[in-house]
Design a protein around this ligand. Structure first.
Ligand code: ADP
Ligand code: MG
Length: 698
């Protein structure tokens, strides 16, 4: 067995071609090396031996020591079962098998000492353990195998006698023959520096831990390694990209920026806005292509930052473009930006899916000649027919709606890639952002414009609407506007959701003296825009909508956001929706309506919303509730799923440490040419081939 990564598992004792095929198909184990990296998902402490008289109905897996007094077959047909009466002198318990009776009676004998392991269930006044693990009781062995690993197995595996115990047995054989052929995958210097177990020891102990401490060390070593290579790959990729790509150098701040600042800027920038504009300016002057993520809570004023950065691009002779995830939002940006730029002689255009053919052609030529300075739009922007004369900067609003591939496509719009500013109001912790988005630099607007009153969030049960409608009427009479948001209705879903149409009619009845408008995803864009416009102009006082309004709509006069069936929304979505109010100087409210019966998770989400207004706090809580697998963005980048043992949320500290060390390595030896780094290069190549797919990440 020279190369364990090339040795087929079918040659291992206890495997063979048939089981090998199952392992290939079910859990992607092909080589002996794959098998060694198939880690237990949990460990059960077998150091404690219980007495039978202690057993009750609520115990997890337990271990008993005793002997079988007799076997007995009971029941008929499907109910037929083998029972072993088992005692340890403090009581009796039944061990039960529904299959494989012959095997059991051959293997286990009456009156010999055994260790029995399993989960007791109450059966009338007696207890039994179904399909227990049984080992002969040997004095020393009982002390050695304290922590027993459990392996994930599928139904298919189990029907082919590949349960956790069987895997464990195969693993024992594999370790004995393959461990001498396991080679270290990290340089000695890193192992020493990070105080890691050698790989061999880590692998042995992840499967058969001698004690809890060494198990922790083994886990740490393997997690570190996964995260280290992840980070190393990012840095390698970044440094390659930096070497290959030249960024435009924006040296000046000129007339466009300055006249906007002096003449048109309607308010003082917040300190955070100033700081970030400075950061970005510096970043765009280095000669490297900027790739920056701007995180800022809803309402923190990202649009204005984007606009001022676009003006800097123009001051340096370039065009700029801004892409939004929905037509409504693109429209809104277009209107806002035109207002901001009024009278400055800057040509802004809007390109969306519903731009008419003639207008579209005008825009295409205006972009090539450079007559158009700023183009705002939706996905329509990245169509191949859209070519710029001199595109220097692309701003992407609400990143999480765009795939990595779409972002990459924007690069092809120019010989040199434009600078990229990606904005999101769904913040994720910094280390995670860097991992998920590869090499993006991260800026954070951690301050809201002054004079905003924190939004009051109230949880209200379905049935009690009278008081709610009274408070809403009061707001309306003071001239404020109201949103009612319903979950998106999927035709196939039979869940009893308040239908948007019904809701609309109901609200029209309750508030006959006010005008109600309606927006949902199935409307034509032109209809949607018309309805939105009525609300923006305060011709409609109440808007009934699905989540199409989630992203970015700005109506400062709106003061109440009512969210129907709030339990159906995710945390970040709720926070986004809430951000639609609280934009003016008045006290604003967010009302979360739910039924009385709520799942524990839903109740947690609602409580977090009631207690916190802080997007970062909410994002962290969300991540903890949902796990990183759901994190928008990880799906496309395929990161979270390729880690076998590390968890980018739970192990974020290890990741930060691994990142620091990876950075040191690349700083010193960007192309990994030094002798001691050959091991890294080899390993990266190997991982790149099957586990990580990094080429896609920009
Ligand atoms: P978001 O970060 O959610 O995209 P916006 O850019 O839509 O936030 O800004 C929210 C509102 O705050 C807008 O009406 C905007 O004009 C206003 N705003 C932005 N910056 C400031 C500031 N420095 N002072 C006062 N209001 C501001
Ligand atoms: Mg915005």
């Amino acid at each position: 067995m020279a190369d364990i990564s090339n040795t087929d598992i079918k040659y291992l004792p206890g495997v063979g071609p048939k089981k090998a095929e199952i392992l290939n198909k079910e859990v992607d184990i092909f080589s002996v090396e794959d098998l060694l990296h198939y880690y237990p998902y949990k460990y059960i402490d077998r150091s404690r031996i219980y007495y039978i008289h202690e057993v009750d109905g609520n115990m997890p897996y337990i271990q008993l020591k005793g002997r079988i007094t007799a076997f007995e077959t009971m029941g008929e047909g499907r109910n037929k079962r083998l029972i072993a009466h088992f005692t340890d002198g403090t009581g009796f318990i039944d061990l039960v098998w529904f299959q494989g009776a012959r095997f059991i009676t051959d293997k286990y004998k009456v009156n010999l000492p055994y260790l029995v392991f399993g989960k007791p269930t109450a059966f009338g006044s007696k207890f039994n353990i179904a399909h227990p693990d049984i080992d002969p009781y040997i004095e020393e062995k009982a002390e050695q195998t304290n922590l027993m690993g459990y392996y994930n197995t599928t139904e298919k595996m189990k029907t082919h006698y590949l349960n956790s115990k069987a895997i464990q047995k195969i693993m024992t054989g594999a370790l004995a023959s393959a461990l001498p052929h396991v080679f270290e995958t990290l340089p000695q210097s890193i192992i020493e520096k990070a105080n890691l177990l050698p790989l061999k020891e880590a692998i042995r102990n992840i499967h058969f831990p001698l004690n809890p401490t060494i198990l922790r060390d083994a886990q740490y070593r393997l997690k570190f390694e996964e995260l280290f290579y992840l980070q190393l790959n990012i840095f390698r990729y970044t440094s390659d990209r930096r070497a290959k790509l030249k960024g435009f150098v924006f040296t000046q701040v000129g007339d466009y920026f300055n006249s906007f600042y002096e003449k048109n800027l309607p308010f003082e920038l917040t300190n955070a806005q100033k700081r970030i504009i400075r950061e970005i300016r510096q970043d765009m002057a280095t000669g490297e292509q900027m790739n920056r993520l701007l995180q800022g809570d809803v309402g923190s004023g990202k649009t204005l930052v984007a606009l001022m950065i676009m003006l800097i691009a123009m001051d340096n002779g370039f065009q700029a473009s801004m892409m939004a995830p929905t037509e409504i939002l693109a429209n809104q940006h277009y209107i806002t930006i035109q207002e901001f730029l009024f009278g400055l002689g800057i040509n802004v255009e809007l390109l969306t899916g519903s731009t008419k053919k003639k207008k579209r052609e005008e825009i295409h030529s205006g972009l090539l000649t450079g007559d158009i300075h700023i183009l705002i739009g939706t996905h329509a922007l990245i169509e191949d027919t859209v070519q710029f004369g001199n595109l220097g900067l692309v701003v992407i609003d609400e990143q999480h709606r765009f795939g990595v591939a779409q972002r990459a496509k924007l690069w092809t719009k120019n010989v040199n890639p434009p600078h990229m500013l990606v904005m999101t109001a769904t913040p994720i912790p910094r280390t995670l952002a860097m991992t998920v988005y590869g090499d993006l630099e991260v800026s954070v607007i951690d301050e809201l414009p002054p004079g905003r009153k924190p939004i009051q969030t109230i949880h209200q049960y379905d049935k009690k609407r009278g008081a709610l409608y009274n408070s809403i009427r009061k707001q309306l009479s003071e001239g404020r506007q109201i949103y009612f948001v319903y979950p998106l209705i999927e035709e196939s879903e039979k869940i009893d959701l308040k239908n948007l149409e019904e809701g609309y009619e109901h609200i029209c009845e309750i508030f006959p003296e006010y005008t109600v408008c309606k927006v949902h995803g199935k409307m034509k864009p032109s209809e949607k825009d018309a309805e939105m416009a009525r609300f923006v102009k305060n011709e409609a006082h109440i808007m009934v909508a699905t989540t199409v309004i989630e992203v970015g709509v700005n109506v400062p006069n709106a003061s109440v956001m009512v969210i129907e069936s709030a339990q159906r929304f995710g945390l970040s979505q709720l926070h986004q929706l809430r951000g639609r109010v609280g934009r003016g100087a008045d006290q604003s409210y967010c009302i979360l309506i739910t039924p009385y019966e709520l799942s524990a998770d839903s109740r947690k989400r609602i409580n977090i919303m009631v207690e916190s207004n802080d997007g970062f706090e909410i994002a962290e809580a969300d991540l903890k509730l949902r796990g990183p697998g759901d994190l928008e963005g990880t799906q496309q980048s395929g990161i979270a799923f390729n880690l076998k043992i590390a968890d980018i949320v739970r192990d974020s500290q290890i990741m930060q440490y691994a990142r620091d060390i990876a950075k040191e390595v690349i700083d010193r030896d960007p192309a990994l040419e030094n002798v001691e780094n050959q091991i890294l290069k080899r390993q990266l190549r190997k991982l790149g081939g099957n586990r990580y797919n990094w080429g896609l990440i920009s």
